[in-house]
Design a protein around this ligand. Sequence first.
Ligand code: CMX
Length: 441
Amino acid sequence: MEVLKERFKAKADSVGVEIKQILKEHGSKKIGEVVLSQVYQGMRGMTGLVTETSLLDSMEGIRFRGYSIPELQQKLPKAKGGDEPLPEGLFYLMLIGELPSEEDVHLVTSVLQRRSHVPNHVFATIESLPVSAHPMTQFVVAIMALQTESQFARKYAAGMNKKDYWDACFEDTMDLIARLPRIAAYIYRRKYKNAEHIQPNGLLDWAGNFAHMMGYEDERFHELMRLYMTIHADHEGGNVSAHTTHLVGSALSDPFLSFAAGMNGLAGPLHGLANQEVVKWIYEMREELGVEQPSKEQIDAYVRKTITEGKVVPGYGHAVLRKTDPRFTAQMEFGKKHMSDDPLVNTVWNIYEVVPPILQSLGKIKNPWPNVDAHSGSLLVHFGMTEYDFYTVLFGVSRSLGVMASLCWDRALGYALERPKSVTTESVKLWLEGKHEIWGE
Ligand code: CMX
């Protein structure tokens, strides 16, 4: 543990010095232009955050510390006999900024194993909710219950020097990431498997153990979890879950409170919940048509109906991407390798052929291509995980790796309370009439 922490601190100190120098020399340099439509329309394309862990290119997709998904699949250490990267390795890469060795990944796995004990009151809190509660509600409530364990909150209350924020944040980060699989698996078994819980297997890696605790022993499912936990981990800083975690953390709310806030954002259907919506939408289409594998013509008609009813086609479009999401492609490759005959997976591939031209023809959609959520559910269904309202919890467990590594960087670099300026339409009108020069504080 100390090794990881020391490496992180050394990296953060040197980046901190670089940032100071950059700001000293270039602090007043303009980084872009903000136009009124951006202020009204979700701040698209407005640069306003620093997130060290990953960077999204609209055409190429995500790069984690400079590495694309295919590069990660090649360069990150794998489980014995496996092909997919171990997500612990990606966490190391995002946190430290360098590719890990096998030994480094081993270290992360063992630290997470050692810290994975979930206190009983967390399970009792989950049990206090009706079993019908959405899994994301149970997940967020459990994270809030775990907040009693926050070292950051305890140390802050006792009077913590601001130089030590990063240390307490790091400790909470490792505890949180270590415990999430147990919590998520508990919710899964409670809701769908008659509360027949499965004890952790301390010999397995983080994702493999998660699969095991949910009740999936097929090694291909363990591989899927390793891939899933890797590709969903981070998508630069402006997406709702990452931005919310960062924003709430900037008030020095402890890492548990910050992450829970981010997970509330992930639970929105335009963000992470889209993964459940995709499978739900396909199931509804199949039921309406009375067929297991709808033809492309049938899909075409159903997509047009969805749009006419004023709904979005889940899994398609993106606020930043303008091409097929490489996270979709990585899952498609997994499908081709392990389950090319699966009817649901084939339906997803047929939808991929049908939807983009229809969305494009509407003339208003900036990106008609599939995002990560268009594919993930079909791979899970193949292995028998049909309970689609659980899928966003899987996304959330993975997302902890990126947003918590980023939160450590936020505290280590001493980033400020986030507080952008807002305007009223009345003030905008005065500004347009030249009666209000500029606002600001
Ligand atoms: N189906 C139908 N209409 C869509 C659409 C889709 N998949 N994607 C965008 N549009 C519509 C928008 O609703 C908007 O319509 P109005 O002008 O009538 O309001 C118009 O096209 C323009 O939108 P845009 O600028 O292309 O997209 P945004 O940046 O505003 O929104 C996103 C991005 C992801 C919210 C949107 O594409 C969407 O709702 N997709 C479906 C939900 C989804 O898959 N979300 C998951 C994203 C990935 C993730 O975070 O997990």
